[in-house]
Design a protein around this ligand. Structure first.
Ligand code: NAD
Length: 477
C-alpha cells in the first residue's frame, strides 16, 4: 500500500475500533481501517446535512462542471484506484481498469451531463371556481442520501450511487464495505481536489452492522441506496420502512446463461465461462446457472474446462492476472461451505472444487452438474461456482431460468433472432444479454426484480430516484 493511502486511512477517524486490512492475494496485513462509531456517524451526517443547505442551491451547471473535473481526476488516477481495489478486495487490476474504472469514468461524465436536464413538466389543469391556473412540476433533491455499498466493485458503486445523488443536489454519506474501503477513501480526496465543497461527499468506513442501522434510522438521512445481499437488504428496508424512508435495493442474483441449439457454441462457451469466473464469481450478475441442451452438456463442459485451464491465476496486482483471489477469508469459508453442500447433495463435480494451494484466498473455478433442486441452483454463492443444468426443450429452459427467487440478469446464446427475442421476452429479470454477458453501461438502467431488489440505478433517469417530484399550481383571474 502506498504511504499516501496509509496516512489517509489512519487519519479519517480516531475511533477505537480498528480492523486489519488484509491483501487477499497473499493474506498479509497491509494496514488498519479505523471504523466509524456512533459519534462519528452522527458528526458526519451533521456535516452532510449542513452542506446540503448550500449545495442544493448550487446551479446544476456548476455541479456538472465539478463532476467533469472529478471525472478527469478518475481518469488521471485510474491505475491507482484499480490498484487499491486489487490490494483491498482482490480484483485483478487489469479487470478493474477495463471494467470498473472505465465504467466509473463514463458514469461520471454521463451523470454530469444529466445534472442540468432534470426537467419538470408544464401541466394543463383547470383552476378552481372558474379561475385560470398554470401548473408545473420540478425535481427536488431529497437531502442527505446514505449509500451502503457491496464489497465487489467499490469504485463503480461510487459512480452509481453517490454521483447521481450529488448531481441532483443532494449530499451523500457513503459506507463502503469493510473488505473494500480503500479506494472509496481515496475518492473522498479526489472530491476535495475537484473543488466540491466540504460535506458533499462523506465516507464512513466500518462495520455494516453498526453504521448501516445508524444511517438508516437517522431522521436527517432522507433515503438509503443499498447494494449487497438480500438478507442485509431486507433488514435495512425493514428499518427504513419504520420511518417511511425510501430505499433502493440492488441485491443478489443467480443469473442463467441459456445456451440454445442455435448458439455459436465456440463463442457461447468462452463467454459463459467468463460469465461465472470473472472477478472470481463475485459479481451480482455472475452467470452461475449454465443451461445446456442435454446432448451438448459434454461439449460445453469440455469447452469450459479449456477456458478454465487458460486462466492466468495470480496476485491481483499483476497486469497479466486474469483470475485472482476471493475477497476475504469470510468469502473463502462461504464458497467452501457451498461446495461441501453440493457434494453432500450428490451434485456431480465436473471442474475444480478445491482451494488453490497458495497463500491468499484462491479457490478454483468450479462446475457441478446439478438438478433444479440443488442448493447451488437455488442460492447465490457469490464465488466462482456454477451449476450446469441440462434441458430438453426451450420452454423447459425458460421455465428453469425463471424458477429462481432472483431476477437480476440472464444471458441467451442463439443465432436465431426470433428465438433470441422470444426467450428474452419470457425471462423474468431486469437485464437480458444476447450473445454476450455482463455489459453494463451508464446509459442503461440497472436493477432487478424479485429477491434481486427494486429501484434502478444508471440510465437516463438516474437522478430521479434521488429526488422527489414537486407540483406547483398558480391560480389567477
Ligand atoms: P453484504 O450484504 O454482506 O454487505 C453489503 C453492505 O452492507 C456492506 O457495506 C456491509 O458493511 C453492509 N452491512 C452488512 N451487514 C449490515 C447490517 N446488518 N446492517 C447494515 N449494513 C450492513 O454484501 P457483500 O458481501 O458486500 O456483497 C455481496 C452481495 O451483494 C451479493 O449478494 C451480491 O449479489 C450483491 N450485489 C448486488 C449488486 C446489484 O447491483 N444488484 C451489485 C453487487 C453486489
Amino acid at each position: 500500500m502506498t504511504s499516501n493511502t496509509t496516512t489517509l486511512v489512519h487519519n479519517v477517524l480516531q475511533s477505537a475500533l480498528v480492523k486489519e486490512i488484509t491483501n487477499p492475494s497473499n493474506g498479509t496485513v497491509i494496514g488498519e481501517l479505523h471504523c466509524a462509531e456512533a459519534r462519528d456517524v452522527d458528526a458526519i451526517i451533521a456535516r452532510a446535512d449542513k452542506a446540503f443547505a448550500s449545495w442544493r442551491k448550487v446551479p446544476a451547471r456548476e455541479r456538472a462542471r465539478l463532476l467533469m473535473q472529478l471525472a478527469a481526476l478518475f481518469e488521471r488516477d485510474k491505475e491507482h484506484l484499480a490498484y487499491l481495489e486489487a490490494i483491498d478486495n482482490g480484483k485483478p487490476v487489469g479487470f478493474a481498469l477495463m471494467a470498473d474504472m472505465a465504467n466509473l469514468i463514463d458514469t461520471a461524465r454521463y451523470v454530469a451531463g444529466l445534472a442540468d436536464k432534470l426537467e419538470g413538466r408544464n401541466v394543463n389543469v383547470p383552476g378552481m371556481q372558474g379561475q385560470r391556473a398554470v401548473a408545473s412540476t420540478s425535481w427536488q433533491p431529497l437531502g442527505v442520501i446514505a449509500a451502503i455499498a457491496a464489497s465487489n466493485a467499490p469504485n463503480m458503486y461510487v459512480g452509481w450511487k453517490a454521483l447521481p445523488a450529488i448531481a441532483a443536489g443532494n449530499t451523500v454519506v457513503y459506507k463502503p464495505a469493510e473488505e473494500a474501503s480503500l479506494s472509496t477513501l481515496y475518492i473522498a480526496k479526489l472530491f476535495a481536489e475537484a473543488g466540491f465543497p466540504e460535506g458533499v461527499f462523506n465516507v464512513v468506513p466500518g462495520e455494516g452492522r453498526v453504521i448501516g442501522d445508524l444511517l438508516t434510522l437517522d431522521p436527517r438521512v432522507k433515503k438509503v441506496s443499498f447494494t449487497g445481499g438480500e438478507q442485509v437488504g431486507a433488514h435495512i428496508a425493514g428499518l427504513a420502512a419504520r420511518h417511511a424512508k425510501p430505499v433502493t435495493m440492488e441485491l443478489g442474483g443467480k443469473a442463467a446463461q441459456i445456451i440454445t441449439e442455435n448458439a455459436d457454441f465456440e463463442r457461447a462457451i468462452k463467454i459463459a465461462a467468463l460469465g461465472f469466473m470473472a472477478n472470481q464469481g463475485q459479481i451480482c450478475a455472475a452467470g452461475t446457472r449454465i443451461l445446456v441442451p442435454r446432448q451438448h452438456v459434454e461439449r460445453v463442459v469440455e469447452g469450459i474446462r479449456a477456458e478454465v485451464a487458460a486462466q492466468n491465476i495470480g496476485e491481483a496486482t499483476l497486469a497479466q492476472t486474469s483470475y485472482g483471489p476471493l475477497g476475504s477469508a469470510k468469502a473463502m469459508q462461504r464458497v467452501s461451505a457451498y461446495v461441501q453442500q453440493a457434494r453432500k447433495e450428490g451434485d456431480q463435480a465436473l471442474i475444480g472444487g478445491s482451494r488453490i494451494e497458495r497463500d491468499g484466498y484462491f479457490f478454483e473455478p468450479t462446475l457441478f452438474l446439478c438438478t433444479p433442486e440443488s442448493t447451488l441452483v437455488q442460492e447465490e454463492v457469490f464465488g466462482p461456482v456454477a451449476a450446469v443444468l441440462a434441458y430438453d426443450n426451450i420452454d423447459e429452459a425458460v421455465q428453469l431460468a425463471n424458477s429462481s427467487q432472483y431476477g437480476l440478469s440472464s444471458g441467451v446464446f442463439t443465432q436465431n433472432l426470433d428465438e433470441a427475442l422470444r426467450i428474452s421476452d419470457a425471462l423474468d429479470v431486469g437485464n437480458v444479454w444476447v450473445n454476450g454477458f455482463g455489459l453494463i453501461d451508464p446509459c442503461l438502467p440497472w436493477g432487478g426484480i424479485k429477491a434481486s431488489g427494486y429501484g434502478r440505478e444508471n440510465g437516463i433517469d438516474a437522478l430521479k430516484p434521488m429526488c422527489y417530484e414537486k407540483a406547483l399550481t398558480i391560480q389567477f383571474n
